[in-house]
Design a protein around this ligand. Structure first.
Ligand code: HEC
Length: 218
């Protein structure tokens, strides 16, 4: 046992010395060919670094030897963006009344029962502030600022509740979106929302944005 420990120590000391000599093909210290106690053959030394194997894994060969092609189901799970005109929104529908219940159960602790925001995690107020954006104290909310109703769906769908994003069903997201828009006076209280309704909803600040003039931003 002592012999093995001593051999290990000597080998460990030898490694930095070799590295100092500028040896590029760094390898783990060689084990003794036979382990002294059992006489068993030791495994071949394993290269510690891929330095020196560049030709085998070269990026110019187009392969790093990592990863695999994503499955269609994995792409579909991430491909959830909803465009301003509602394209990409999932099937489903939800009403203001259903949304009121979702809001009370899943949103009110942070955003407040009156949708005016709260101290929990600094959750912002969601409604109010209409017409204040060019004043001394602009109040930026979904009601006063957001240009598209579909973006409200998209944001809640991907990011809320803050503590458990993705935990609402699509119908619940439609419902709570209808509830927030209803409380903001943007849709009628009692309205039902589905993907085909987005384009008809007029947001108070939808004309408050200008296009991006850069040629590559369409
Ligand atoms: C645990 C606290 C919490 C809960 C619960 C929660 N939110 Fe939020 N919410 C936040 C925080 C914090 C932000 C700000 C996030 C940021 O700016 O990155 C936010 C932002 C938002 C915004 C964007 C507001 C804006 O103008 O930028 C919307 C809309 C929203 N939440 C809706 C909801 C809805 C709907 C629910 C319930 C389904 C919900 N939230 C539940 C904490 C919460």
């Amino acid at each position: 046992m002592r012999e093995l420990a001593a051999a290990g120590l000597a080998a460990a000391l030898a490694v930095p010395a070799a590295a100092q000599d500028g040896e590029s093909d760094r390898r783990a210290a060689d084990l003794p060919v036979r382990l002294p106690e059992t006489g068993e053959r030791s495994p071949a030394a394993v290269p510690r670094s891929s330095a020196g194997r560049g030709a085998e894994i070269a990026p110019q060969a187009g392969r790093y030897g990592l990863g695999r092609a994503a499955e269609p189901a994995e792409i579909a799970a991430l491909d959830i963006d909803v465009m301003p005109d509602g394209a990409g929104a999932p099937e489903g529908r939800g009403s203001y009344d259903e949304g009121q219940a979702v809001y009370a159960a899943r949103c009110a602790t942070c955003h407040g029962a009156d949708l005016q925001g709260g101290a929990n995690f600094g959750a912002p107020r969601l409604i109010g502030g209409r017409g204040t954006l060019d004043g001394e104290t602009p109040v930026r909310t979904v009601e006063s600022y957001w240009p598209h109703a579909s973006t409200l769906f998209d944001y809640i769908h991907r990011a809320m509740p803050f503590s458990a994003p993705g935990s609402l069903t699509d119908d619940e997201v439609y419902a709570v979106t209808a509830y927030i828009l209803g409380r903001a006076g943007i849709v009628a209280e009692g309205a039902t929302l589905s993907a085909d309704r987005f384009e008809a909803i007029e947001m108070p600040n939808e004309d408050g944005f200008t296009g991006d003039p850069r040629p590559d931003a369409e």
